[in-house]
Design a protein. Structure first.
Length: 441
């Protein structure tokens, strides 16, 4: 260990222990309208952002402009002969606060199809990356490479007035959203399908075209992709990808830079990468148990072993939610309605159902977990695996394509409302000790 590193750990270890003690003994002490524990533990529960597009309630779950996921599945426009919402419709709803007509949703489809041409240098950049590069790294790099196309950056250099910022942010956001399926599919085919690419079909809607370019033209895959893109679109402003996009955008970084930053946050194991972690955990469980479809008792025992080893059960728990994630429930309904009832059970999806049955009581029984219920990631990977999209380290890219809808709609609103640069204050541990009386002020 080098001397600087050794010196750092000498300082860090005792302070970490002291901070833990402060949270335990003085976590409820208020620092204004918030507490010591909230300051140390990720600002959870502190209302410090305005997000117009959606709101996450601990008991009700996510609502988009006041509408729940079951309501949106019923009310949003569908593709011809489709049964799941068009993501174009939820983007319209988040942006203007009204449910679109079918014609208005189709108009966005056509608009994005016209904007969907990706510059050649973006593909050239991707082709230069090592084949071992993680798909989310490739996705973020591709978004950054497209920044050359930013109309906002060009307008800002030329002295555009503040009242018109939103206009250029809107154009950048629409162009970026339109191109993301092409970029994501290119990454998928490059990494997993021998670099054999499929051209877009301008007659297809945004989500169906993504499935098509990835190489999946079955009706049910397109149906799943529409649902997936809808339910992952937004989760209010405090999650890492949304907050990061807002934060970087508040510096007047253009939508390409802001969204790429958000995607780097989404790639974290505690955020969007969790869907990959869920499938990896299930596959490892099956391997160690030695059964394609373990029993509930075997799954319960494996969950307990996971916890005893100091690991988490991926896909369970949420920073805000205190009930089963409605996005999980929507995917559960999709499995029951379109897979199990007409075609019979799928082993992976059945394991998801069994984990849902046995995990919450075990997690709750530890006395340490506030939310023992599944989140969206607990189910999404199993559905993709069912349809042959087995490359689970790609799943977060799909999450990212969807999340663009919410974070970029919010970014347009940020500029339209003239929100300033985000700059919260901070405090040192020494300052907190003075506030709570552990040392003399």
């Amino acid at each position: 260990m080098d001397s600087l590193k050794e010196k750092f750990i000498e300082k860090a270890r005792p302070l970490a222990a002291e901070v833990k003690s402060i949270i335990k003994e003085h976590g409820d002490v208020k620092l204004g309208e918030y507490t010591v524990a909230q300051v140390y533990q990720g600002m959870k529960g502190i209302t410090g952002l305005v997000t117009e597009t959606s709101k996450l309630d601990p008991e009700e779950g996510i609502r988009f402009r006041g509408y729940s996921i079951p309501e949106l599945r019923a009310k949003l426009p569908k593709a011809p002969n489709g049964t799941e919402p068009l993501p174009e419709g939820i983007f319209y709803l988040m942006l203007v606060g009204e449910l679109p007509t079918a014609e208005e949703a189709y108009d966005i489809s056509n608009n994005w199809a016209r904007r969907a041409i990706v510059p050649k240098h973006v593909f050239d950049t991707l082709d230069k990356l090592p084949s071992s590069t993680h798909p989310m790294t490739m996705f973020s790099i591709a978004v950054m490479a497209m920044q050359t196309e930013s109309l906002f950056a060009k307008a800002y250099r030329e002295g555009v007035g503040k009242k018109d910022y939103w206009d250029y942010v809107y154009e950048d956001s629409m162009n970026l959203i339109a191109r993301l399926p092409r970029v994501a599919a290119y990454i998928y085919r490059k990494k997993y399908k021998n670099n054999e690419h499929i051209e877009p079909d301008p007659k297809l809607d945004w989500a169906a075209n993504l499935a098509h370019m990835m190489g999946y033209d079955a009706f049910d895959v397109k149906r799943l992709m529409r649902l997936y893109m809808t339910i992952h679109a937004d989760h209010e402003g405090g999650n890492v990808s949304a907050h990061t996009t807002h934060l970087v955008g508040s510096a007047l970084s253009d939508p390409y830079l802001a969204f790429a930053a958000g995607m780097n946050g989404l790639a974290g194991p505690l955020h969007g990468l969790a869907n990959q972690e869920v499938i990896a955990w299930i596959l490892k469980m099956r391997e160690e148990i030695g059964a394609e479809l373990p029993t509930e008792e075997q799954i319960a025992a494996y969950i307990k072993e996971t916890l005893e080893a100091g690991r988490v059960v991926p896909g369970y728990g949420h920073a805000v939610l205190r009930k089963t994630d409605p996005r999980f429930a929507a995917q559960q309904d999709f499995y029951q309605r379109y897979i199990k009832e007409p075609h019979g059970l799928d082993n992976l999806c059945e394991i998801v159902q069994m984990v849902y049955k046995v995990a919450p009581p075990i997690l709750e029984g530890t006395g340490k977990i506030k939310n023992p219920w599944p989140n969206v990631d607990a189910h999404s990977g199993a559905l993709l695996m069912h349809f042959g999209i087995t490359e689970f380290d790609f799943y977060t890219v799909l999450f990212g394509v969807s999340r663009a809808l919410g974070v970029l709609a919010s970014l347009i609103w940020d500029r339209a409302l003239g929100h300033p640069i985000e700059r919260p204050g901070s405090i040192t541990t020494e300052g907190i000790k003075k506030k709570i009386g552990l040392v003399q002020a």
